[in-house]
Design a protein around this ligand. Structure first.
Ligand SMILES: [Zn+2]
Length: 257
């Protein structure tokens, strides 16, 4: 009888302890705690490195993002690590890297990640005329949409965009937001564009995350040290009590869940 009561109490407590779905084959997985809809109407620009506000995250909640891919060799490793931990992330694709490897972009979508955009060829958009900058944004979106969904269009399924090098102008920010596209900055990054060992990167990003406590984390899935440190990074987040939030477009929650 006592045993039955104990089981009943334990079962009742599960929703309080963990809201994430179980992760097949990995009972210790970090998992994805919750899904957050992000809308340009309410949060047009997010990430405190460049903007005054960020996503409404609770303490110890992180959003993982990866830029510049897909890239053969590194992106598959990153996808494997995310899958192992049932973590959902957002990839900001580069059109010229999607073109030769559409299968990698489609794998990102198939494994439940969000597909954002990062131009076609990664120019600094604040260094060119407005029309040329918008054409670059649109060419990137078109290539990504064609590769992932089979349709060329400039209104993306997931209206998330990150400026290469965070190089925006007020006019471009306004234009992108007017199109209903959320501009993602970052709250913390690994500086993985600098050469460093996987272990150095792991220590650096963990110390920075501990400092900010929550936020949008920026990595590059084109970098081998990032791909190498990611499995250990995800395990360490779990140990330190961090939780993962998956960002999706407004209205997508019901479809994805
Ligand atoms: Zn980039």
């Amino acid at each position: 009888m006592i045993r039955i009561i104990a089981i009943a109490v334990a079962t009742a407590m599960i929703p309080l302890a963990a809201s994430a779905a179980p992760c097949p084959g990995n009972s210790q997985a970090l998992g994805t705690e919750r899904v957050m809809e992000v809308d340009a109407k309410t949060t047009p620009r997010v990430g405190r490195k460049h903007f005054p506000t960020t996503l409404p995250l609770r303490p110890k909640e992180l959003v993982l993002t990866f830029d510049d891919g897909p890239w053969p060799g590194t992106t598959p490793k990153i996808l494997d690590a995310l899958k192992q931990e049932c973590v959902r992330a957002t990839f900001f694709l580069l059109g010229k890297n999607v073109e030769p490897h559409p299968e990698l972009a489609r794998r990102e979508l198939a494994e439940g990640h969000s597909i954002g955009h990062h131009t076609y060829s990664h120019p600094l958009l604040d260094h060119m005329p407005f029309a040329k900058a918008e054409a670059e944004i649109n060419k990137g979106i078109e290539e990504d949409e064609y590769a992932v969904y089979g349709q060329r269009r400039t209104a993306p399924i997931t209206p998330f965009f990150r400026f290469p090098g965070f190089a925006s102008t007020p006019a471009l920010l306004d234009r992108v937001n007017q199109r209903g596209i959320v501009v993602f900055g970052a709250d913390v990054w690994a500086s993985d564009w600098d050469p460093m060992s996987p272990d150095q990167e792991l220590k650096l990003i963990l110390s920075r995350i501990d400092q900010v406590g929550r936020g949008i984390v920026l990595f590059h899935d084109t970098k081998s040290q990032t791909a190498q440190m990611l499995p250990g990074f995800l395990r360490e987040l779990k140990k330190r009590g961090y939780r993962i939030v998956h960002v999706v477009p407004a209205g997508a929650r019901g479809v994805l869940n």
